[in-house]
Design a binder for this molecule. Structure first.
Ligand SMILES: [Mg+2]
Length: 388
């Protein structure tokens, strides 16, 4: 078998929302299709990948460097031992040849996008959902039937209406989510307190609420913010420090005794090791949110999991960022702690593929082969026409 073609397109997200760091008005993402010569049900197997949200599209890097390298490789050099399926580690290595170490930047997202599509193809060729493929290869214990998820939303909106925010959280609870996350740190503290208290009124307990500061606050402001919210006893506060400022992270963790979550803007195992060495995080309560698709995909994520475990943490403290369909499979397959879900199903990156149900804070795992992007209609539409 062989990869016949790799096609990609960049598309706009078209959402008027913001967090403390950025607005999403001009945000883009990429779709990629890895076309194989394997035929299932009369059609060529195609693996699809979609960017994770928040870092813009990666089409240029893919078109100029990574797709040409994979297409130029000897097809046999990309296969597993059976010779009947791709070996994702080998495709990854072919794409990454002649790349210097570190300086991960946008490269890690382009590779993660390509890797997502390769794994989708691998699972489709195996005729199994990706989480089952991953569980067999890298999982622990019995296969899961559901995985914990939390609902993510509560962005700042142009109308700034607090009742709309409370209604959004009520809707998440109605959808079956038990824990929710909203944005914070992007408004004056007095307004953020009103937002937090409005949401706490609709939740059964404060530990069901998380706040995402998006690494945007100056350290002194973050200190005041944490001091202010500490009495609430929230589920976690996310990115209180700038993502790569490990000394500030350590100082804030010293100051704030409740859980801190971070890591969505770290893109490789070496960055993760530095966070765990110097970021002052506590393996008994804090959460690690590395984004699988933005951080070089599953081969690098496995190295990240190994680094996390070597530092004395368990997989249960891994909560991958972004509500990406890929992450749901990896959480299930590798036995991680929790998947994020953009709770608004009407958004391209909200909700899960059709057929995934949410109840009591847990999501069912898909049973269709591959990742299931085809069943997330408003996202999959962005890949329409890549393959005839
Ligand atoms: Mg976040």
């Amino acid at each position: 078998m062989r990869i016949v073609d790799i096609r990609q397109r960049t598309f706009p997200l078209n959402v008027a929302i913001a967090n403390a760091a950025i607005s999403f008005d001009d945000m883009t993402a990429s779709a990629v299709a890895v076309v194989t010569d394997v035929v299932r049900n009369g059609k060529a197997v195609v693996g699809y990948g979609f960017d994770s949200v928040g870092r813009y599209g990666h089409g240029g890097l893919l078109a100029e460097r990574f797709a040409p390298r994979v297409l130029a490789a000897d097809p046999a050099s990309l296969l597993d031992d059976s010779g009947r399926n791709l070996d994702p580690d080998k495709v990854w290595a072919a794409a990454m040849q002649n790349e210097k170490p570190a300086g991960h930047g946008e490269r890690s997202g382009a590779i993660g996008l390509l890797d997502t599509a390769v794994w989708d193809a691998v699972a489709k060729i195996e005729d199994r959902p990706l989480w089952r493929v991953l569980h067999q290869r890298y999982g622990r214990g019995p296969a899961p039937t559901t995985v914990p998820v939390y609902g993510s939303g509560g962005h700042y909106r142009p109308d700034g209406d607090i009742r709309t925010l409370a209604d959004e959280v009520k809707a998440m609870l109605g959808q079956g989510y038990a824990r929710v996350k909203i944005k914070a740190g992007g408004a004056p503290l007095v307004e953020d307190r009103r937002r937090i208290e409005a949401v706490l009124k609709v939740l059964p307990s404060p530990d069901r609420l998380a706040l995402d500061l998006n690494g945007a606050l100056a350290p002194a402001v973050a200190e005041t913010f944490l001091d202010t919210v500490a009495p609430y006893g929230l589920g976690w506060v996310e990115e209180p420090a700038p993502p790569l400022d490990f000394a500030t992270s350590a100082r804030l963790a010293e100051r704030y005794s409740h859980p801190i979550a971070t890591g969505e803007n770290l893109f490789a195992a070496d960055e993760v090791k530095n966070l765990l060495r110097y970021g002052g995080l506590r393996p008994d309560r804090d959460l690690l949110q590395f984004d699988i698709a933005l951080a070089y995909g599953i081969p690098e994520y496995r190295r990240i999991v190994a680094a996390v475990e070597a530092a004395g943490w368990t997989r249960a403290r891994l909560y991958p960022h972004a509500g990406h369909a890929l992450a749901l499979h990896v959480v299930g397959g590798l036995g991680l702690g929790c998947a994020e879900a953009g709770a608004d199903q009407s958004k391209m990156f909200g909700g899960f593929p059709a057929g995934v149900t949410i109840a009591d804070g847990r999501a069912s795992l898909p049973d269709t082969p591959g990742i299931g992007f085809e069943r997330k209609a408003n996202l999959f539409a962005m890949a329409a026409g890549l393959v005839e």
